[in-house]
Write a protein that binds this ligand. Sequence first.
Ligand SMILES: [Zn+2]
Length: 681
Amino acid sequence: MLNIQTIRLISFFVLSYFINSTSAASIPGSDISHEGSIVYNIAVNIDPSTRMLEGKSVITFNKTREHTLLLDKQFEVTQAFIDDMPYAPQTDSEQSHYWQIPYTILRPHRIEIHWRGKLHPLDEAIDHEQTLGRPIAVSGEAGTFLPDAANWYPRVANGLVRYTLQMTLPAGQRGLVPGKLIDEQDEDTGYRARFEFNHPAGGIDLMAGPYEIESDHYSGIKNSPIRLRTYFHPQISQLADDYLATVKRYFELYESWIGAYPYTEFSIVSSPTPTGFGMPTLTYLGINVLRLPFIKNTSLGHEVLHNWWGNGVYPDYKSGNWSEGLTTFMADYTYKEQESAKAAREMRQGWLRDFAALEPGQDAPLTAFTSRTHGASKIVGYHKAAMFFFMLRDLIGDELFNRSIQGLWNMQRFKVTTWSNLQSIFEIISAQDLSFFFDQWLNRTGAPSLTITEAWQEPTDFGHRLHITLQQPEPAYQLRVPVAILTDEGEKSHLLDLQQTMQTFTLDLSEKTQSVILDPDTRLFRLLAPGEALPILREVMVNPTTTTVILSDNDETQQTAAALAEKLQRRTPKILTADQFLTGSPTLVIGLQHEIDAWLESRGLPEKPEEVLEKGTAQIWTLTGPEDSPMVIVSAQDKVSLEALIRPLPHYGRQSYIVFDGRQAVKKGVWPMQVQQVKIK
Ligand SMILES: [Zn+2]
């Protein structure tokens, strides 16, 4: 079973397969050739019981530069021609057959390749990270997944392609590739389906399995019929209706917000491995992921939206992938806004907390983000980028933001699009120079760190004059800093236009101010001040200077505590005994309940907080220790309860406190933010 933390990672789609691509195919009749293009006609026959694949591809090349076709060496090339002349492949050191296709002079080149070979066995025990790391073509009765990057067909190494593809599978198996389903026969003798993708695509991913297909229709804003389908394994076929109903909601949301859906279908496809991929016209999600009740309300919408951002307007990977940030903002984050202002604020605060807990060296400018390879790249590539769009909307207003989004869709559909293309569109539509905004948020690492260094007031003839001094390190960000001013009459918001490292603002107010709060709603991407965010577990887990204090003097309990510390920190822990405890660095303290209580008291640290006083076999919580250093306390009833934490606890890095009953987390939470508030005399 997957735990929740893993699922959260999985739920974000990864576009990496679309960096290169192309594909193929031959088969009767369909002509989608196009000037200045690469067009495939592919016919492929797959038998998952023997894992044999047999393919034929006819590729029309009409290009003004050379291209390379790659085919993995696990396949045997049985025939290959260029313009009806034999054209044997060469073989490179990277285990691929390849063909160099010259640029077109007079008429398009016609390349025909026949190939066959055995696919790798499907390994259902594989996890999502492994799926990302190993683009291999796998097949088995439970599922076939041929990712483009596995070179399972003679694939163009660099370039966009259009294709038709016909697949043949044994009876009981059904499959698909991104694109429009042209025809389909499902008979006792086998399954046959033909797809056409008539836009420039990054590549071809093929999926098959013992699917039960459910269909529905949606009438798009242009009154164009959109075919909705689920391709689900039999064990989850009862979920199909719910998924189909929910997916319509997303189409309504995004068509009215951005513009018409560019395709004629959308399918939700189950995978026997815990993947989470989005491709044009479909999403491919693990069976166990689809079973989770919240996926319909989160990841599904995210994947649907990728048909606009990512698979509709293509990111330019060389200059940074903006599509995950925009998708996270318009999907995951938007659903929080729909829920409540509080839920949305908590999501923003979670992003800032995670950012604050990055390990040294893990931060990178947004322009360096291509796709998620580990947790840290998500914190920048998804969360900081989503906050970028949130702040951009605050800067130019909802209406201009939405018109810019629609402009992006109208102008850049099916085009590779850079951050600077986005900037131009937002600048044209908002009629504002946004260069400082794009530059400081895209090209710099880190985040501004803001403090109110002084705030005072003096009486005037009309009321009170309030002076607020804000400070930030060099080089200064340009920020509109929200502050809340509390008076007898209530709370009022103001925006302070900060341009310098130290700047004083003067406000004439009718009432006397009691206090000033900096960015009370967390609307800026910034480094949280010490004390502003109380620690989460992750800060102690990832910090290389963390020390571990083990309180027990029993050998076996000590060993269990050390094993837990190692699992949490993913390295050999630096272990100290209770009397060696040094202050100032992040600290993990592990002990049995009575030992912990006594130790906290002897150190003058706060006792076990109310939130974890419940029943349970172990309690874990964070506190701010000496010299503002984060501290994690692990307090277990006995050795067995401590041992039970080893597997689950590392997945709760984003929490501030957790109560476990055995291996089950029964309560968890994050300490509320402590806003920067300055009282005024
Ligand atoms: Zn995504």
